[in-house]
Design a protein around this ligand. Structure first.
Ligand SMILES: *[C@@H]1O[C@H](CO)[C@@H](O)[C@H](O)[C@H]1NC(C)=O
Ligand SMILES: *[C@@H]1O[C@H](CO)[C@@H](O)[C@H](O)[C@H]1NC(C)=O
Ligand SMILES: *[C@@H]1O[C@H](CO)[C@@H](O)[C@H](O)[C@H]1NC(C)=O
Ligand SMILES: *[C@@H]1O[C@H](CO)[C@@H](O)[C@H](O)[C@H]1NC(C)=O
Ligand SMILES: *[C@@H]1O[C@H](CO)[C@@H](O)[C@H](O)[C@H]1NC(C)=O
Ligand SMILES: *[C@@H]1O[C@H](CO)[C@@H](O)[C@H](O)[C@H]1NC(C)=O
Ligand SMILES: *[C@@H]1O[C@H](CO)[C@@H](O)[C@H](O)[C@H]1NC(C)=O
Ligand SMILES: *[C@@H]1O[C@H](CO)[C@@H](O)[C@H](O)[C@H]1NC(C)=O
Ligand SMILES: *[C@@H]1O[C@H](CO)[C@@H](O)[C@H](O)[C@H]1NC(C)=O
Ligand SMILES: *[C@@H]1O[C@H](CO)[C@@H](O)[C@H](O)[C@H]1NC(C)=O
Ligand SMILES: *[C@@H]1O[C@H](CO)[C@@H](O)[C@H](O)[C@H]1NC(C)=O
Ligand SMILES: *[C@@H]1O[C@H](CO)[C@@H](O)[C@H](O)[C@H]1NC(C)=O
Length: 438
């Protein structure tokens, strides 16, 4: 009586296992799970003497068809339709290394059969494919290096993403990710070089430990809380950091300048406070610095104007005070410059033209703003000293181009031209009239 149910189960298990093994072993001779199917590897496999044309492995062709990817043209010929597929150069059959699904129709399903035959993929991308996420077979998981999911797969969990443990690149955006925090994902992916988890409503705190080889972190537009732990500044290879639009608080770590490879950084739209750390002066290649819409305070350090590579500087909507330490030529050297919305910040009108509409007041001789900015000045006049307030934040970026825009003279020239031509016409008319009469 007792052994019966387990026996049934065993038989079922055995059947399932042999099915799985059959599928995987048909691929195994060609591509081993851990080795990438690169050209040198496939050269080692004994190729048949007949010079048959390279074609996609039939089971993978079927899988593509089940995913509504047109296969009338050889999916391995390059470039494929919308670059949807990329194959290795194996013989006699080629295998997919990259697959991109774009704008899936509602009836598309990631069947487990399809997934079992797509285990050679190293790169898998979904764009606008709101199909249900499926469980990936272990061989696929172990071969996958890059995974992209943009507005796709409806709903993901941190546990599901954390299983993709061999990834070097992870991009998830526009899909909700239910997780206790980024760590449940990032802690598992030990080879990660680039991570984007953005617009996913991800909650929790930033990790206190990172894998040191990471170069790109974008966790923007989520619901991350808490402080930025100083361990972040151990990432010597980090080039890109976007933590904007979260609920982060506390200060920028004082060791921030240890991020010597950093080029672009945004902390915009959080609740961060404190001053800009002096160590930031040590970052040689900083191109973009966005601290806007926080509660940063203190004075703006002058070293920022010594940053040779800087092109984008946004400090607006904070609590900076004192004299802004930049002159007009530095401001004009930037593609984007914003400092508006710092009510205690002012500019020195002997080093910055009042025609650069910066959205802050000029300083008096004590380095204080001369008067609070007016509520709303709809005026376009640019005479007088204090008319250069601009509460319009969007206009401040191209403020420096406004100087040249003067329509007055051309209007005068136009008027004079009309006047002159009517006089000439009158004279000609009179002359003609006198000739005709006379
Ligand atoms: C396909 O990839 C090539 C090379 O990366 C690129 O030049 C081309 O624009 C891409 N085509 C499409 C439709 O994305
Ligand atoms: C996907 O849909 C978007 C918007 O509907 C469209 O702009 C784009 O060209 C489509 N791409 C493909 C490859 O079908
Ligand atoms: C990939 O993951 C497997 C486990 O799934 C592991 O055994 C293997 O070492 C990993 N390969 C690389 C290159 O990290
Ligand atoms: C995030 O949450 C907001 C508010 O609940 C919701 O409107 C939005 O669709 C969510 N975003 C995603 C990607 O799920
Ligand atoms: C997220 O996952 C937890 C645990 O699995 C669950 O209790 C919770 O309801 C989920 N939240 C959402 C918004 O799905
Ligand atoms: C970082 O990358 C280098 C090669 O790029 C590698 O040798 C090293 O083991 C990696 N370190 C970690 C912690 O992954
Ligand atoms: C950071 O992310 C936000 C929201 O996703 C985006 O609007 C912004 O352009 C990004 N900034 C940088 C420097 O890439
Ligand atoms: C700046 O902000 C920090 C942290 O909120 C606070 O401790 C400090 O007193 C502030 N300094 C000034 C000058 O407002
Ligand atoms: C970094 O910032 C520069 C200047 O704003 C911009 O041109 C560039 O695209 C940014 N790089 C990335 C990876 O967003
Ligand atoms: C403006 O500031 C820059 C950077 O601090 C400096 O190199 C330059 O000499 C200044 N120009 C003038 C006219 O003061
Ligand atoms: C403004 O700049 C001039 C010339 O560099 C300097 O003499 C003056 O002290 C500055 N005023 C303030 C308030 O910093
Ligand atoms: C402009 O400011 C200068 C110096 O602050 C002052 O001497 C001059 O009278 C002001 N002119 C007007 C029109 O307010």
């Amino acid at each position: 009586m007792e052994p019966r149910p387990p026996l049934n189960l065993l038989i079922l298990l055995h059947f399932l296992l042999s099915c799985t093994l059959a599928t995987s072993s048909s691929l195994a001779p060609h591509i081993s799970p851990t080795k990438s199917p690169s050209p040198p590897a496939s050269k080692k496999t004994p190729s048949p003497s007949s010079a048959s044309p390279s074609t996609l492995y039939p089971k993978q062709l079927q899988a593509l068809q089940s995913l509504n990817i047109p296969t009338s043209k050889d999916p391995c010929s390059q470039p494929s339709l919308h670059n949807a597929t990329l194959c290795d150069s194996g013989k006699p059959f080629r295998f997919l290394v990259s697959l991109r699904l774009i704008n899936c129709s509602d009836d598309v399903q990631m069947s487990s059969t399809a997934l079992e035959s797509l285990t050679t993929l190293q790169d898998l991308e979904f764009f606008n494919c709101p199909i249900p996420p499926a469980r990936f077979p272990p061989i696929l998981i172990s071969n996958l290096r890059s995974f992209t999911c943009i507005n796709s797969l409806r709903k993901l969990t941190g546990v599901w993403l954390g299983r993709l443990q061999n990834l070097t690149d992870l991009t998830v955006s526009g899909v909700s990710v239910n997780a206790s925090g980024p760590l449940i994902i990032l802690g598992k992916l030990k080879n990660l070089r680039s991570v984007t988890i953005s617009h996913t409503n991800l909650t929790g705190n930033l990790p206190k430990k990172w894998h040191l080889n990471i170069t790109h972190i974008d966790l923007s537009a989520n619901q991350l809380k808490g402080k930025i732990h100083s361990s972040l500044t151990l990432l010597g290879d980090l080039e890109f950091l976007n933590l904007s639009s979260n609920e982060l608080s506390g200060e920028i770590p004082i060791s921030f300048g240890d991020l010597l490879s950093l080029r672009n950084v945004s902390f915009a739209s959080n609740s961060l406070s404190g001053s800009i750390p002096d160590s930031m002066a040590d970052i040689p290649g900083l191109v973009q610095l966005d601290l806007s819409s926080n509660q940063f305070n203190g004075t703006i350090p002058k070293f920022i104007s010594k940053m040779k590579k800087l092109k984008y500087l946004n400090l607006e909507k904070n609590n900076f005070h004192g004299v802004m330490p930049f002159n007009g030529s530095f401001i004009k050297s930037l593609a984007v410059f914003k400092v508006g919305g710092n009510s205690n910040l002012c500019y020195n009108h002997s080093t910055v033209s009042s025609k650069l509409k910066l959205g802050i007041a000029p300083c008096d001789k004590d380095g204080l703003p001369v008067s609070p900015p007016p509520d709303k000045s709809g005026s376009s006049g640019d005479d007088g000293n204090n008319s250069d307030y601009s509460d319009d934040d969007t206009s401040s970026s191209d403020a420096k181009h406004n100087e040249e825009k003067r329509h007055g003279p051309s209007k005068i020239v136009f008027g004079v031209a009309i006047g002159l031509s009517s006089v000439v016409f009158l004279i000609v008319f009179l002359v003609l009239l006198s000739k005709w009469c006379g």
